[in-house]
Design a binder for this molecule. Structure first.
Ligand SMILES: NC(=O)c1ccc[n+]([C@@H]2O[C@H](COP(=O)([O-])OP(=O)(O)OC[C@H]3O[C@@H](n4cnc5c(N)ncnc54)[C@H](O)[C@@H]3O)[C@@H](O)[C@H]2O)c1
Length: 418
């Protein structure tokens, strides 16, 4: 069956707009362009099927096309119901990629679309937040048959894969793309920092300067968010559970408070912990009237929505992607994008230049798994340092930036114990 006959997308007539978006993104992804040329010549995935589950927007679409250029038959699905862009999906179908994705399907359909992408019986997978891995290790182990291994995009997915590995139940070699330097140093920090505030600002059309902005979690993403909030003129407050990260936030010049105190004064809250219930009932009991809540962590469990609903007499949509909850004592709390990733569900995700290096790591990691899966075992593997360095070098070259190299005498000096 052709990609067009097999795919499930919202509307094929949107394809021209999708092509324009993909063209714009790819024009700003020089590292991936270089890898595409390499793949076209070397055909590393010739005759193989690759299934991809990622936020389905233009940059991801270009990664799918690069994998396709390497000889693969590609199937793709979305990793979040609100981040899928229907025009991009239609364009990919025209380009011969099978797509199972729509914007905002109900939870049952969303899951069924992910399963459909696995039913193509892929040889390799690219996963985000372990959506594929959860199905493969839960209800559909039969779909593991052909899979050699894959690559996982984000912190939350790697945590889940490591839990499976610890239990001894992981069935695949998976490369932890998130743990590469070229991922978390740039994507989590600079990407999330910029794109989350882009999502917040375009959704609310409100000022950041002068506001008390609470960043919940001071990990790689949290550091980027706090840095950007400060640059935009906010009074930045950080909440943490890790003493070392809390000291770091303090030394970086931010106010550190427990959430129960931050809740009383915060005006905009951004959760980014990978954990659940970081804003919950007890915090809603004291939260400042008019507080705006949003999440940049992978799942929509960081802001506890059931406990917010329990304390509310009603809710209404006051702007696209903004729900107003009316608390019983008259205070109002606003939730952006249903508590899903604000940069993707209410924005366009990371800038193309950021996804350029992240997806370059994805493409090279997928090739690495395919070349080495027989010796890797069912483990979570790091991205080899050479791949990480290769991506950084390609990036520097694309920017026209040169660096020094060690002289022989320097190498000898560094390697000598005396
Ligand atoms: N929005 C995006 O585009 C994007 C990009 C990359 C990663 N992510 C997601 O963002 C989340 C965070 O990723 P990261 O790389 O920063 O992880 P990280 O592990 O570096 O940081 C998470 C931080 O949250 C803290 N934390 C945990 N529970 C907390 C609580 N109850 N209150 C306050 N702090 C708490 C941890 O101590 C840690 O410092 C993950 O879910 C990841 O998948 C999102």
């Amino acid at each position: 069956m052709s990609a067009r006959e097999n795919s499930i997308v919202a509307d094929m007539s949107l394809a021209p707009a999708g092509h324009l978006k993909i063209d714009w993104a790819s024009a700003h992804m020089p590292v991936l362009n270089r890898i595409r040329k390499q793949f076209e010549q070397e055909q590393p995935f010739k005759g193989l099927k690759v299934s991809i589950c990622l936020h389905l927007e233009a940059k991801t679409a270009y990664l799918a096309k690069v994998v396709q250029a390497g000889g693969a038959e590609v199937t793709i699905t979305g990793s979040n119901p609100l981040s899928t862009q229907d025009d991009v999906c239609a364009a990919l179908v025209e380009d011969g990629i099978t797509v199972f994705a729509k914007y905002n399907p109900d939870p049952e359909e969303f899951k069924s679309l992910i399963v459909r992408a696995l039913e193509s019986k892929p040889d390799l997978i690219i996963d985000d937040g372990s959506d594929f891995a959860t199905i493969l290790h839960g209800e559909r182990p039969d779909l593991l048959v052909n899979i050699r291994g894959g690559a996982e995009e984000t912190t939350t997915g790697i945590t889940r894969l490591k839990a499976l590995e610890k239990e001894g139940t992981l069935k695949l070699p998976m490369v932890a793309v998130n743990d590469a330097y070229c991922k978390y140093l740039f994507d989590n920090r600079y990407g999330t920092g910029q794109s989350a505030f882009d999502g917040i600002m375009r959704t609310t059309n409100l000022m950041i300067a002068g506001k008390n902005v609470v960043i919940v979690g001071y990990g790689w993403c949290g550091k980027g968010l706090a840095m950007r909030a400060k640059g935009l003129g906010a009074n930045v407050i950080v909440t943490e559970v890790d003493a070392i990260k809390a000291v770091e936030a303090h030394m970086d010049g931010f106010t550190v408070l427990p959430m129960i105190e931050a809740a009383k004064i915060g005006e905009i809250f951004v959760t980014v912990t990978g954990n659940k219930d970081v804003i919950r009932g007890e915090h809603y009991d004291v939260i400042r009237d008019g507080a705006i809540l949003c999440n940049a962590g992978h799942f929509d469990v960081e802001v506890n929505k059931p406990e917010l609903a329990e304390r509310s007499t009603g809710k209404r949509t006051v702007r696209h992607n903004i729900e107003e909850y009316q608390l019983k004592d008259g205070r109002k709390v606003y939730l952006l994008a249903e508590g899903r990733l604000v940069n993707l569900a209410a924005g366009d995700g990371h800038p193309a230049e950021i996804m350029d290096t992240t997806f370059a790591l994805q493409a090279l990691s997928l090739k690495y798994v395919n070349d080495n899966y027989q010796s890797m075992g069912a483990k979570v593997a790091n991205v080899p340092y050479e791949l990480d360095e290769q991506v950084a070098r390609y990036k520097l070259e694309s920017l026209g930036i040169g660096i020094d190299t060690l002289t022989e005498a320097q190498k000898k000096y560094q390697d000598s114990w005396s």
